[in-house]
Structure formats: structure tokens, C-alpha cells
Design a protein around this ligand. Structure first.
Ligand SMILES: Cc1c2[nH]c(c1CCC(=O)O)Cc1[nH]c(c(CCC(=O)O)c1C)Cc1[nH]c(c(CCC(=O)O)c1C)Cc1[nH]c(c(C)c1CCC(=O)O)C2
Length: 361
């Protein structure tokens, strides 16, 4: 496909390790409920219906790019990590104001065996996702690069076993401790699906990829090494291999976000991802030292800063950028996790402006 020429390649140059004029900026969950234009378009429509309607997904993806024109250097496709469980045959509902709900979570060996023998057809069952990416890429008209994404295998296992959000992670923990071998098989099935999904997202128009291992920090270091890391590795190695088969020769940069897995930073920096996204628990200076220029770091301000005064926002932005951006390379501004629905759009604008100001200094 012949896509419009990219006019702002700041993020892609940064991920290649080039020195850049300022760190690129984007925000996890930059589309969504804190935006009045999102709420207006959503109304009482079902969340997955929004994702699965390419015209709407494209519009929602582009909303923050237009609102913060010139301040945001990437778009991320409007979708969800839970579309992989859907492609694996599970029913997932999004309950407004509550979050995801699986009416039939995976609790027994039989439940899991059913998933293991399920014949996934990523191209067919997630065709709406690819249509949305292609339409969005055209509508963006090269303004900024477009992210595709997926959930990390462990994080998806958590949702599939718990049936939704969780505090104790009782069922996911039970699964990996009671049936470790079966858990590994399930993680493998999710990983195979994720690799195909990410590669096909690139074919459809994604220019950069992020893997969200949002529940990484719920695992001990030992369990992270067994139930997350090997699969994150397979993804970063498997996607380029699959892309080659699909006739795509360009290197497509990939970023991994393992929230809470502070103990794994050293390993994550060596997996082969072009970027590692950090939550706010890291002092930037320590993360920079551990990374030692191996890859690009992304993050990591506590999104809670948006509730603060302009003075507090400026102070914390300056601290973050001074530490991460010393060499004017290998750094992408982001939050340590996503926006909250209650955030003030003008405070987020101020945050982005401050990042541009300090980042260009
Ligand atoms: C864990 C996770 C999910 N989804 C996602 C993650 C990983 C990132 C993270 O850790 O936050 C990823 C995600 N979800 C969504 C996007 C695309 C939009 C964007 O990032 O700008 C992305 C990249 C849309 C969404 N996904 C969801 C909404 C809200 C839908 C609504 O209420 O209108 C949006 C805009 C719903 C969702 N989806 C999920 C939950 C737990 C919830 C409910 C709670 C919440 O909103 O935070 C699962």
C-alpha cells in the first residue's frame, strides 16, 4: 500500500538512536474519556463497537493529535489489549464506568484446553482492527507516526483468568502456581497470536509497536523470568521474522512497557526492543544508568502531576527531562501510565508545552 509521506519522524529517529532536536512526546491513553470530544462521540455506544467501526476508531485516534496539534508526536490506534482474548474465542464486555468483564473466565483445565485447541484466524477475526489502522494511517496524512499495540501475554492471561480487573490476582496466581506447565502453554498460544496480530498491524499501516505488560509488577522477579520475559522475547524476535515473510523489509521499532517490573529493567533493556517504557517508580537517573545507552527510554512522570499547579508540573517536567535527555537522544516523553478520566485537557496541554520548552532547551 502507498501511504501518505510521514512529515514528523521525530519519534522514529529517536528510536533509531539519532540525536534529535527535542524528545518526542505522546501519552499513554491519550485518546479516551478525559476528552470531551471522545465522550460526545461515544455517547452510550458500546466500547468494542467503537473499536470495531473503522471510521469511529480513526476519528478517536486522531482526536488528541488535532486537539494538541504540534505538541503530540505519535498517534496510537483506538482499540484495546483485550481483542486478543476475543480472537481466542472469549467473550469480553466493557461495562461503562467499571471496565472489562469476561462472563466465562478461564478457571479449569478444560477451559484452558478449549483455548489451546481453538483455531485462531487473526486476519479474519480482527479484520476490523486492520481496516481501522489503514483508514487512520490515511486520515493522519503523515502528521505523526501511528502505533499499533497488543497486551503482554502475562497481562492477557491475568484478564482471561480473573475475568476482569483484580486486586488479589487470585485466579491468575492460582493458575501459574497450581498448573505451571498448562499456564506456559496458554502463554504460548497468546504469544503466537500476539506475534501474528502485531505483524499484521504493520501490514495494515502501523509504523511502531508497543507491548503493554501492564500487570508485570504483580509477578515476583523469579516468576517474571518464567511467565513474562520469555514471551516478551519471543514477541520481539518473532515479529520481525513474520514481517520478513510478509514482505516487509523495513525495521519496525518496538517498545515494551512492563509496569511495576523494576527488578527486570536491566534484562528488558537487552531483549532487543528499541524502547523500554518506564512507570513512575523509577528515578530517571537510576534508569539511565542501568540502561547505559542500550535502547531508548520512554516515560515516566506520574500522571497524577496533572492534578497539580503549573509550578509543580514545570518542576517535575524539568527534573524528568534533565535526567533522561542529557545526551539529546534515546528519550521519549510519556506518562508512567495512562491518563485518568478526570484530567483537565488544558493541564495536559500545559504539560506538553512544558515538555517542548524544556526538551528544546
Ligand atoms: C490494561 C489495558 C487495557 N487496555 C489497554 C491496557 C494497557 C495500558 C494500561 O495499562 O492502561 C490499552 C488501551 N486501551 C485503549 C487504548 C487506545 C487508546 C489510547 O491509548 O489512547 C489502549 C492503548 C482504549 C480504552 N480502553 C478502555 C477505555 C475506556 C472506555 C470507556 O469507558 O469509554 C479506552 C478509551 C477500557 C479499558 N481497557 C482495559 C481496562 C482495564 C479498561 C477499563 C478501565 C480504564 O478505562 O482504564 C484494559
Amino acid at each position: 500500500m502507498e501511504f501518505p509521506k510521514l512529515k514528523n519522524d521525530l519519534l522514529l529517529r529517536t528510536l533509531k538512536g539519532e540525536k534529535v532536536e527535542r524528545p518526542p512526546c505522546w501519552i499513554m491513553r491519550q485518546a479516551g474519556r478525559y476528552l470531551p470530544e471522545y465522550k460526545a462521540l461515544k455517547g452510550d455506544k458500546d466500547f468494542f463497537q467503537l473499536c470495531q467501526t473503522p471510521e469511529i476508531a480513526a476519528e478517536l485516534t486522531i482526536q488528541p493529535v488535532l486537539r494538541y496539534e504540534g505538541l503530540i508526536d505519535a498517534a496510537i490506534i483506538f482499540s484495546d489489549i483485550l481483542v486478543i482474548p476475543q480472537a481466542l474465542g472469549m467473550t469480553v464486555e466493557m461495562i461503562d464506568g467499571q471496565g472489562p468483564h469476561f462472563p466465562n473466565p478461564l478457571r479449569t483445565t478444560d477451559d484452558i484446553n478449549k483455548i489451546l485447541s481453538y483455531e485462531v484466524n487473526v486476519l479474519k477475526d480482527l479484520d476490523w482492527a486492520f481496516k481501522a489502522l489503514t483508514m487512520t494511517r490515511f486520515q493522519l496524512d503523515g502528521k505523526v507516526p501511528l502505533f499499533g499495540f497488543c497486551g503482554g501475554p502475562w497481562t492477557l492471561l491475568v484478564y482471561m483468568a480473573e475475568g476482569g480487573g483484580s486486586r488479589l490476582f487470585r485466579f491468575a496466581k492460582q493458575l501459574i502456581n497450581e498448573k505451571p506447565e498448562l499456564s506456559l502453554k496458554l502463554l504460548q498460544k497468546i504469544t503466537d497470536t500476539a506475534i501474528e496480530f502485531l505483524a499484521q498491524q504493520v501490514v495494515a499501516g502501523a509504523q511502531v509497536l508497543q507491548v503493554f505488560e501492564s500487570w508485570g509488577g504483580e509477578l515476583s522477579s523469579m516468576d517474571f523470568n518464567k511467565f513474562s520475559l520469555p514471551f516478551l522475547t519471543q514477541i520481539v524476535e518473532g515479529v520481525p521474522k513474520r514481517l520478513k515473510e510478509l514482505g516487509i523489509k523495513d525495521h519496525i521499532p518496538m517498545i515494551v512497557f512492563a509496569k511495576g517490573s523494576w527488578y527486570a529493567l536491566d534484562k528488558l533493556c537487552s531483549l532487543g526492543y528499541d524502547g523500554v517504557s518506564l512507570d513512575w517508580s523509577w528515578d530517571p537517573n537510576d534508569a539511565v544508568k542501568i540502561n547505559n545507552d542500550r535502547c531508548t527510554l520512554q516515560g515516566n512522570i506520574d500522571p497524577g502531576v496533572i492534578y497539580g499547579s503549573n509550578e509543580i508540573i514545570s518542576e517535575k517536567v524539568k527534573y524528568m527531562i534533565d535526567a533522561f535527555n542529557k545526551d539529546k537522544k534515546q528519550y521519549i516523553v510519556n506518562f508512567g501510565h495512562g491518563t485518568h478520566p478526570f484530567m483537565d485537557t488544558e493541564k495536559i496541554r500545559f504539560f506538553l508545552e512544558e515538555c517542548h520548552k524544556y526538551g528544546s532547551a
